[in-house]
Design a protein around this ligand. Structure first.
Ligand code: ADP
Ligand code: MG
Length: 477
């Protein structure tokens, strides 16, 4: 008997949902897939875009294969059908380039009351009748995808953002809601999405606006009795609307009302909304429930603090961009390991380091870096990181960190691993489970055992004690 494609796919989904580590991934990459047909042992799935398809193949092929095998047996096959929207002719993925013109919106003729102020930013008031206006996108070319370093901390948000730029308004990510603490790259990422959209669709009108600026425009429109123009402007002119730091709307009733209307208008017209906030929709306070529910319609993706290798890469990329090549490697690493709160803080220390060394006419050294970190970085963020401890320990034993994180049971590698765990326990607030997961995927019992064994050797073995004292001194330097 021929099986039903919906049922087969539903079973696959249940299976995949179970084996994926994260509900977000499931919702982002699997829920949007729709079964189209099942013929013999071949299941055809409708995929929203080429990009989507490539991403699935690159990242989740094993999960898909396992599910298909389970449902359809060894001979089971999968075919993707990409229904590409006619406006997205040619679904090739373009690389970002530095075409300055690309960020400018073309002028549009609109039958409403509009004018532009001196800076070219839309001032949706005055002059009745038909008027050509050009919306200043307010996009910053420095905040491109090229300059945005990818890491585990931002992978979902970045890839969803890239997908949105390839197909604005046409993906399941509408609105795309990006949240995270201050200085982790929200503003940068949404500019990158806007720039990439302009690159790919020069005719689309993109607008980046901070929530505060939006609020101000609305307040002015109330004062000038031009709120209708304000609403029309947003609903008729904009193809991709980016609103940054929406938490600013908290307890601002009127602004939330107009935002709600604009959101509905744009969304139902298939226009793209991209929103950022310092909190997830569920944690946003001071916002009306109906607004929050809209924010949850698409995809919410968060930005985390980047790990040490990503921080190193961010510093390198920044230096390269600015043409600076005299920062020693050990200073770059020192900064990356010791400034772990936000990218903004990391950049701040880097800039003051370059500045100080140029006015002192001194070299760029670890000592200077240390001094500046003590001066500028909030004390809370000076808490030692597990990664830093691992680095010091591995340097001490002259072994690569990757070896320590591997499963090797060689004597000095095991010692380094155990000492890292012990010192992480002693000098950080991290739980045993966290320490274990960062030290080669060990469980909490293993960490506890390591701590005991280190303490034991310390109490009984003189040479071991000397080593450990020396390492602790290096860590605390
Ligand atoms: P937020 O809006 O979340 O407060 P920003 O977007 O203003 O953070 O980022 C702060 C600084 O850090 C910016 O200069 C930005 O370019 C930089 N930055 C953040 N994340 C990255 C990244 N992944 N790669 C490169 N630079 C980054
Ligand atoms: Mg910001």
């Amino acid at each position: 008997m021929q099986k039903d494609c919906n049922q087969v796919w539903q079973n696959c989904l249940d299976f995949i949902k179970d084996i994926l580590p994260d509900k977000h991934i499931f919702e982002t990459w699997f829920v949007p897939l729709k079964p189209l047909a099942l013929q013999d042992d071949t299941l055809t799935l409708k995929v929203p875009s080429m990009f989507f398809c490539e991403w699935l193949e690159a990242n989740y092929i094993n999960e898909l294969r396992a599910a298909i095998k389970k449902e359809l047996g060894e001979g089971g096959k999968l075919i993707y059908s990409t229904v590409i929207d006619s406006s997205a002719v040619g679904a090739d993925v373009k690389l970002p380039s530095n075409d300055r013109k690309a960020t400018q919106n073309k002028s549009t003729t609109i039958p409403m009351n509009m004018d532009t102020d001196v800076k070219g930013f839309p001032n949706p008031f005055v002059i009745p009748g038909l008027k050509k206006i050009k919306v200043n996108s307010q996009l910053d070319e420095n905040y491109s995808f090229d300059n945005f370093v990818e890491g585990a901390c931002n992978r979902l948000a970045r890839s969803a953002g890239y997908a949105v730029a390839q197909n604005p308004g046409k993906t399941a990510f509408n609105p795309l809601f990006i949240y995270g603490n201050v200085g982790l790259g929200k503003t940068h990422l949404v500019h990158a999405i806007g720039l990439e959209t302009k690159q790919r669709y020069p005719d689309k009108t993109v607008l980046y606006i901070s929530a505060e600026q939006f609020f101000q425009q609305y307040v002015d429109s109330v004062k000038n009795k031009t709120t209708n123009d304000f609403l029309q402007f947003y609903q008729m002119m904009i193809d991709v609307l980016i609103i940054d730091d929406i938490q600013f709307f908290a307890n601002k009733q009127g602004t939330q009302d107009v935002f709600f209307q604009i959101f509905n208008g744009l969304h139902s017209a298939g226009k793209q909304l991209i929103i950022t906030s310092d909190k997830s929709p569920a944690e946003l306070s001071g916002l009306e429930q109906r607004v929050i529910s809209r924010l949850k319609w698409g995809l919410s993706a968060d930005l985390q603090v980047p790990d040490a290798p990503t921080r190193i890469e961010i510093i390198r990329r920044k230096l390269l961009k600015d043409g600076i090549d005299n920062v020693p490697e050990d200073v770059i690493e020192y900064l990356a390991y010791n400034v772990s709160t936000s990218v903004r803080e990391l950049e701040g220390v880097l800039i003051s380091l370059l500045f100080q060394s140029s006015i002192n006419k001194s070299g760029i050294t670890i000592e200077l870096a240390k001094e500046l970190i003590d001066k500028f970085v909030k004390s809370s963020s000076r808490e030692m990181s597990i990664e830093y401890i691992q680095k010091v320990v591995c340097d001490y034993f002259s072994i690569p960190i990757s070896l320590m994180l591997s499963k090797t049971r060689k004597g000095n590698v095991v010692a380094a691993r155990h000492i890292s765990m012990y010192l992480s326990r002693k000098h950080t607030q991290s739980s045993l489970a966290t320490i274990g997961s960062k030290c080669g995927n060990k469980d909490h019992a293993t960490v506890l055992h390591a701590c005991k064994s280190v303490q034991n050797s310390y109490d009984t073995d003189k040479r071991f004690r000397a080593d450990l004292d020396e390492i602790e001194k290096l860590i605390n330097e």
